[in-house]
Design a binder for this molecule. Structure first.
Ligand SMILES: C[S@@+](CC[C@H](N)C(=O)[O-])C[C@H]1O[C@@H](n2cnc3c(N)ncnc32)[C@H](O)[C@@H]1O
Length: 271
């Protein structure tokens, strides 16, 4: 699909800068899983984890400190190259990385995992959540757990440039099917890079939840938060380290969510 390939090329342009940024932060000990993720993750000791859309692997390495082994997956070969390099340079022997579209990862798997993890800027890059959820299911052991933390669709529909002034304008239609196309990418771990075509799809809350249910998963929790994992303009660091919030938004609208799911017992594979 040309849009997915275009996103691949866009993300690849950031790979080296992201690697430098995250390697420095990991060495300084300033790169951490956000406190919501840290609080909600189950005990991963002895577990094998697959981390979807891992970028240059910074969070994969944090997960690898908690788990027995982490496999990172990203569509960009450049990201995977730098993820492997970072893991080697920082002495992680319990990781590996696969360059693959997450919508096709089921065909590349050599094993099933105890946990599928994905977070912070992931679903919008994918055109087809039903296919995504089927691939998530294919990665999981029958007693495996799926976890996601991402921007909330309610926040994603609003014009981010107006939120600082507490003005609400629906810029990205909640039920819209056409992707938003941006000519720049990045900006959170590197300078933004132009000259790209980055396609970003809106997915509603029901689409996210129903895609997972349709793939045979059982939702354990769906939580909504008034803060987010990045500053979309004029936000303040929240009390919870590593997250961002608007001081006016103690109780107004959700900016991020988390969801945990297990395999629905009736949909476990028969031995
Ligand atoms: C915002 S970054 C996610 C970073 C993430 N928070 C992490 O763990 O570092 C989005 C990532 O999704 C990847 N991506 C986009 N479309 C993809 C696809 N179809 N399959 C696999 N990875 C994809 C990009 O290459 C990029 O690294």
């Amino acid at each position: 699909m040309k849009e997915i390939e275009s996103n691949n090329q866009a993300w690849s342009k950031l790979a080296e800068e992201h690697y430098k940024h995250y390697k420095k932060e990991l060495l300084e000990g300033t790169h951490k899983l956000n406190p919501i993720i840290t609080r909600e993750l189950p005990d991963l000791s002895g577990k094998r984890v697959i981390h979807l859309q891992c970028n240059t692997g910074a969070d994969s390495l944090l997960l690898a400190k908690l788990a027995d082994h982490v496999t990172g997956v990203d569509i960009s070969r450049e990201n995977v190259f730098f993820a492997r390099k970072m893991a080697e340079e920082l002495g992680y022997e319990n990781t590996d990385f696969i360059a693959c579209d997450v919508l096709e990862i089921a065909d590349k798997l050599n094993e099933k995992y105890d946990m599928v993890f994905t977070s912070e800027g992931v679903l919008g890059w994918l055109p087809d959540l039903d296919k995504w959820a089927q691939n998530v299911r294919a990665c999981l052991k029958d007693d495996g757990v799926f976890y996601i933390f991402d921007s909330h669709p309610f926040y994603m529909m609003l014009d981010e440039s107006k939120l600082e002034k507490e003005e609400y304008f629906v810029k990205y239609p909640y039920f819209g099917k056409q992707p938003d196309v941006d000519d720049t990418i990045g900006g959170y771990a590197s300078e933004p890079v132009g000259g790209v075509k980055a396609y970003f799809w809106m997915h509603t809350v029901s689409e996210i939840i129903n895609s997972l249910i349709g793939a045979g998963l059982h939702i354990v929790f769906f939580n909504e938060y008034t803060f987010n994992f990045f500053d979309s303009g004029g936000m303040s660091p929240s009390k919870a380290e590593g997250l961002w919030e608007y001081p006016y938004n103690e109780d107004k609208y959700p900016m991020s969510y988390s969801l945990m799911a297990t395999v629905y017992p009736g949909r476990r594979e028969r031995k």
